[in-house]
Ligand binder design. Structure first.
Ligand code: GLN
Length: 486
């Protein structure tokens, strides 16, 4: 039962062959037995109350395709009842008085919250090692990182601790962990999914999205997750869409852009091999590959690591020991209280970003760093528009390597930043992007570690991405593989 897709579980629930309560108990049990550290907070009583509500709805035939399906939320989305920590000591005891819009939407659809998923502190990281609650282990190889920042989400889906999860992507945090854990995830166009109640990291980049086993499941989740929210000032006002509407379109004649810059040196041979095999599969499905160029790819790293910290330093100023979270026990005066609370509450990576951010925004440096980065951001977006004149979607690797070992890059922030090379520019441009499982690589240590294929589309092309992913998943079974013992 636990390996079934959301779509399959939905059919069983509607046919009353399983109840929401039984499903929740099954997954809560699996979570309890797991040693991956994927969850930060679980509360059985709360979950079972929601499951009982869902069963009542099912009994009355008042359902949506998601009613009764368990879902776990990245601990960046605030939830009533469960703690909302953002993976930080700063918020380790914080309980929100309201639900994030996304959480609310899934509740309205009748989904059952399983608990809160581990992540890098304030979503800053690529390995989940920046969480105050400790790293998450990759279910495929417990010596390996799960990726980040949504490492808990990806590990939970891969280990079948939940059939669905939320995640957020600021510079790759849905796609990269999905890739390293062998699950499917989609980062929608910026503004599709409400940021209200999503603890802010870099507001012009942050975007929520779903993770699940399949593209079809992600489409069903996105149907509930996307939509205009007056409480988010950058939320897009667009008509409601069925993101699953094009799943069954054939790929005959599809033009796939292959960016030269994504296949250069720095791409590990085992990753390249799996990605190229996936591209060959697409050719069999009727697509043609087109050579394209995204010439500013390399600049996405310095640009992102100026803009994201700048916005983070501003967003995180609210954590002052007065209004939210941790307050130092001893202090001399107000200034001392601020300083000590922040020094104690934030981890190293968060402090590093606040320092960089405050620096690039400061008088005298603003033009040289922040403004310059904004200009290049525009050029990066333009690169994509030029590319989309030649192709329908763009494909390449998500991560230059498979998951690395826990600890390997823990003391080297720059090595972590460099690993984001293939995901950052999509975020800077605000485009939708996906990761789907497409094989396995060895890594350095002879482990069997998943490889993800990245699919990037133009603005609002989520239905197309899901179609392109779904057709591949009909033809291959990478997304159905599970780690040993699952
Ligand atoms: N790895 C990137 C960072 O550390 C992206 C994180 C994210 O998308 N939240 O900022």
């Amino acid at each position: 039962m636990h390996t079934k897709t959301l779509k399959e579980l939905s059919a069983l629930l509607q046919a009353k062959q399983v109840s929401a309560t039984e499903l929740s108990k099954l997954f809560l049990d699996r979570i309890k037995q797991s040693d991956l550290n994927a969850f930060i907070h679980v509360d059985e009583t709360l979950t079972l109350q929601q499951a009982a509500d869902a069963d009542a709805r099912i009994a009355k035939n008042d359902t949506t395709p998601l009613t009764g399906i368990p879902i776990a939320h990245k601990d960046i989305f605030v939830t009533r009842g469960w703690r909302s920590t953002a993976g930080s000591k700063m918020l380790s005891n914080y309980v929100s008085p309201f639900d994030a819009t996304v959480v609310d939407q899934f509740r309205t659809a009748g989904m059952v919250t399983l608990g809160k998923l581990n992540c890098d502190e304030f979503a800053m990281g690529s390995s989940n090692e920046n969480s105050f609650f400790g790293p998450v282990k990759n279910p495929w190889d417990k010596k390996a990182i799960p990726g980040g920042s949504s490492g808990g989400s990806a590990a939970a889906i891969a280990a079948r601790l939940a059939p669905a999860a939320t995640a957020t992507d600021t510079g790759g945090s849905i796609r990269q962990p999905a890739s390293l854990c062998g699950v499917t995830g989609i980062k929608p166009t910026y503004g599709r999914v409400s940021r209200f109640g999503m603890i802010a990291f870099a507001s012009s980049l942050d975007q929520g999205g779903p993770m699940a086993q399949t593209a079809e499941d992600c489409g069903l989740l996105l149907n509930a997750m996307a939509g205009f929210d007056p409480r988010d000032s950058t939320s897009l006002e667009r008509p409601t869409e069925d993101f699953t509407r094009d799943l069954n379109n054939k790929l005959q004649g599809l033009k796939i852009g292959i960016p030269r810059e994504y296949f250069g040196k720095g791409l590990a041979p085992d990753v390249e091999q799996a990605v190229r095999a996936a591209l060959a599969e697409y050719e069999k499905l009727g697509a043609t590959l087109v050579d394209i160029s995204l010439p500013k790819t390399e600049l996405s790293i310095p640009v992102y690591y100026v803009i994201a910290p700048a916005e983070a330093s501003s967003n995180l100023s609210r954590f002052d020991g007065v209004r939210y979270g941790h307050r130092a026990k001893e202090y001399k005066d107000l200034g001392d209280m601020y300083r000590k609370s922040r020094a104690e509450g934030f981890g190293d990576e968060v402090k590093r970003r606040i320092l960089v951010g405050a620096y690039v925004l400061s008088h005298g440096y603003y033009d040289a760093y922040y403004l310059q980065a904004q200009k290049i951001r525009r050029l990066i977006a333009q690169d994509f528009q030029n590319a989309f004149k030649q192709c329908d979607v763009i494909m390449g690797p998500v991560s230059p390597t498979v998951a690395w070992d826990l600890g390997d890059k823990a003391d080297d922030p720059v090595a972590n930043y460099l690993a984001d090379i293939f995901t950052l520019s999509t975020s800077l441009a605000g485009l939708p992007g996906m990761s789907i499982p497409c094989g396995f690589g060895q890594g350095d240590k002879n482990g069997k570690r998943p490889v993800g294929l990245q699919i990037i589309g133009n603005y609002f092309a989520e239905a197309k991405l899901l179609n392109v992913a779904h057709q591949y998943q009909l033809a291959t079974d990478w997304h159905q593989r599970t780690p040993e013992g699952i």
